[in-house]
Design a protein around this ligand. Sequence first.
Ligand SMILES: CC(C)(COP(=O)(O)OP(=O)(O)OC[C@H]1O[C@@H](n2cnc3c(N)ncnc32)[C@H](O)[C@@H]1OP(=O)(O)O)[C@@H](O)C(=O)NCCC(=O)NCCS
Length: 179
Amino acid sequence: MNPEQPPSDRKTAAPATVPKIQYRRPTVADGIRMWEIARDSQVLDVNSSYAYVLWAHDFTETSIVACADGRPVGFVTGYRKPRRPDVLMVWQVAVDADQRGRGIAAQMLIDLFRHCAGAGVTSLETTISPDNVGSQRTFASAAETLGLGFRSEPLFAVDDFPDAHQPEDLYILDRPTDI
Ligand SMILES: CC(C)(COP(=O)(O)OP(=O)(O)OC[C@H]1O[C@@H](n2cnc3c(N)ncnc32)[C@H](O)[C@@H]1OP(=O)(O)O)[C@@H](O)C(=O)NCCC(=O)NCCS
């Protein structure tokens, strides 16, 4: 996808026959596709296949897959922060290139947050590199739908990584507090 392409044009890029998207908790069997989607994104840090299989097993309640004709085409992996379990930390989000621009990523975040809100989650956090405008817009869109505030602050700098990694800013989606 061309990141410069305006959203209105992106929406028309969907396949001619558009299968209905179904959203559900991942199972161990989805770990393979989650790893493949991450690998094929050519943007995400690709973790070991074991990481995705383990995530689908242990963190299914804080993760989600989007399926077209039963096949995962997108995923979100997340966890509740051990010291702040009211925060859903989103680790990775990805959608297959030929399914982008259909609102799938934003819908996954919305569905996942609502699911976790039922278990006490009140805010969502993630980190995004400064050049990933698509991801920033996706989280902003989900925040708007959920009625959450949207702000960011620096978190990890280039020097925090052992390799040529971009910095990562912390994005916080929460309810504005009354002053
Ligand atoms: C980022 C990504 C997950 C977005 O998936 P998607 O399903 O196409 O996103 P959506 O269709 O739900 O878009 C949600 C909003 O973000 C906007 N958006 C998404 N990608 C965009 C892009 N590349 N440029 C500009 N805006 C973009 C959409 O226009 C939409 O805005 P709207 O609700 O105001 O109309 C997808 O491009 C991807 O997998 N990228 C590679 C992996 C990655 O960068 N993941 C995020 C870092 S963890």
